[in-house]
Design a protein around this ligand. Structure first.
Ligand SMILES: [Zn+2]
Length: 392
C-alpha cells in the first residue's frame, strides 16, 4: 500500500500529490486536453458543427479558460466567519497547485487545466445534462450486515481513461497531520477514512438552474473524509457548505451502518436517509421533491436514468435477506436491457456513450475491497476481481 504522509504545508503537499498523480496528470495533459481529440470524438457522433468549432480551438484557449476560473476563485474570497473551514482555502489551493506543477514537471497552467478539467470541458462543449460524458457512476450500499457496511461501486467513464484507472486500483493512504483531520484511503477514488466513513459521488447536471455566485469549489471527497466521522456529521457539514460543492448525488455510510444519499443541485439539496435495508444512487437522476423539480423529468435521458434508479431499488429489495459481497457483485453487474446497472457502450442509448470501467465491492470494517478494471479483453463484469487490503 502506498502511503502519502501529508504535512501542514500546502506547497509540500502539492509536491507529494504531484508525484503521486504524475502519470494521471501527464495522461490528461497529453490526450484529454487536446481540442483536436475533442473534435474527433464529436465528429464520430456526426455533430460536424460542434467538431468544427472545437477544431478551431487551441490548447492555449483551454489553458486561459482554466486560468480564468482559478483567478475568479482566488478573487472571490469566502466569508470565513460563516465558513470557518474555508478560511484561506483558496490560498492553500494555489500553493498546492504550484507544488503539484513542480513535482509532475508540467506548468502551473497545465495543473490548473488538470484541476478544472470538467468545467473547461463543459464550457467548450456547451454541455447540457443529456450530453454530459464525464464520469458517471453508481453506488449501492448494504448498510448493516454481519461484516459491517458493504458498498458496491461502478465508475463509468469514457474508455480513454483506462490507463489512469489501472494505476488507481491499489490502495493509497492519505496520512494527515492531526491538524488536518482524519486520514483516509483511496480505493480507486478517495473513499473511506480511519473512522470507517465512506463517501462516493455520481454525476448529474442541472442545466435549468441558474449558476451560483461563488467559483470556489471544494474537493468534497477530501473535505468530508478529513472532517467527518459519521454520516450525520457529513450530511450536516455538506448542507452547511452548500454553495461550494456539486451538483452531484452523494452516497455516504458510516461504521455504525447509518447511510444517506444527498441529491445536490447547484443551490438545493435533498437528503434521503436509508431505512436499514439499503440505499443507492446513480448518475443523471434525482427523485427528491426539491431536486427533481429542477430537471426535465419527461426527457428521454431522465427517464432512462430513472429506470436504472428504480432497478437498483428492486435489486436491493431482492437481495434483502442475503446481503453479502457476492450479492452486491450481482447488483453492480446487472445487465437488464432497459435499465442496465453495468454499462457497455454498445448496449446503451445514443446519448449515453459510456462504459463501466471499474467495478468494486468495499468492506470497510474488514479493510478490504475487491476490484476489476476494464481492459481490451474483458469488461469488469467478465473478470475475476483483484482483492486488496489496507490499513489506516
Ligand atoms: Zn457488464
Amino acid at each position: 500500500m502506498r502511503v502519502l504522509r501529508l504535512t501542514e504545508s500546502a506547497y509540500e503537499n502539492g509536491v507529494i500529490l504531484g508525484r503521486q498523480h504524475k502519470v494521471e496528470i501527464r495522461f490528461v495533459m497529453e490526450s484529454e486536453t487536446n481540442p483536436e481529440n475533442w473534435a474527433e470524438v464529436v465528429r464520430k457522433r456526426g455533430d460536424y458543427k460542434t467538431a468544427n468549432r472545437l477544431s478551431s480551438l487551441t490548447r492555449k484557449d483551454l489553458l486561459n479558460c482554466a486560468k480564468k476560473i482559478h483567478e475568479d476563485s482566488m478573487k472571490a474570497g469566502v466569508n470565513s466567519s460563516k465558513y470557518p473551514l474555508l478560511k484561506d482555502y483558496h490560498c492553500y489551493l494555489d500553493e498546492e497547485y504550484k507544488g503539484m506543477a513542480t513535482a509532475s514537471g508540467v506548468s502551473f497552467e497545465d495543473i490548473l487545466l488538470f484541476k478544472y478539467f470538467v468545467p473547461v470541458y463543459s464550457k467548450f462543449h456547451n454541455m447540457k445534462d443529456e450530453d454530459m460524458d464525464s464520469a458517471r457512476c453508481t453506488t449501492v450500499i448494504f448498510p448493516r450486515t454481519p461484516v459491517g457496511p458493504i458498498i458496491g461501486r461502478n465508475t463509468d467513464v469514457s474508455t480513454l481513461y483506462k490507463t489512469v484507472l489501472e494505476d488507481q486500483m491499489s490502495p493509497v493512504l492519505y496520512k494527515q497531520p492531526s491538524s488536518r483531520g482524519y486520514s483516509y484511503v483511496s480505493t480507486c477514488h478517495p473513499s473511506t477514512n480511519e473512522k470507517g466513513l465512506v463517501v462516493f459521488g455520481s454525476s448529474i447536471g442541472y442545466p435549468n438552474e441558474p449558476d451560483i455566485d461563488t467559483n470556489l469549489r471544494i474537493d468534497w471527497y477530501d473535505f468530508v473524509l478529513r472532517n467527518c466521522s459519521t454520516t450525520k456529521e457529513a450530511v450536516d457539514l455538506l448542507l452547511e457548505y452548500l454553495p461550494f460543492w456539486g451538483p452531484c448525488n452523494l452516497a455516504v455510510v458510516d461504521a455504525q451502518g447509518t447511510a444517506a444519499v444527498i441529491e445536490k443541485s447547484k443551490r438545493r439539496a435533498y437528503v434521503h436517509w436509508d431505512d436499514g435495508t439499503g440505499i443507492a444512487t446513480t448518475d443523471g437522476v434525482a427523485v427528491g421533491d426539491e431536486t427533481a423539480a429542477l430537471l426535465d423529468t419527461a426527457s428521454e435521458g431522465y427517464r432512462f436514468h430513472l429506470r436504472r434508479h428504480e432497478k437498483l431499488a428492486e435489486l436491493i429489495e431482492e437481495k434483502k435477506s442475503r446481503q453479502r459481497p457476492e450479492s452486491m457483485w450481482e447488483i453492480i453487474s446487472s445487465h437488464s436491457p432497459d435499465s442496465p446497472i453495468c454499462k457497455h457502450e454498445e448496449a446503451l442509448p445514443k446519448f449515453y456513450k459510456l462504459t463501466s470501467m471499474m467495478s468494486m465491492v468495499l468492506i470497510p470494517k474488514e479493510m478490504r475491497y475487491e476490484i476489476a478494471v476494464w481492459n481490451e479483453d474483458a469488461a469488469p463484469c467478465e473478470q475475476i476481481p483483484w482483492e486488496y487490503s489496507y490499513l489506516i
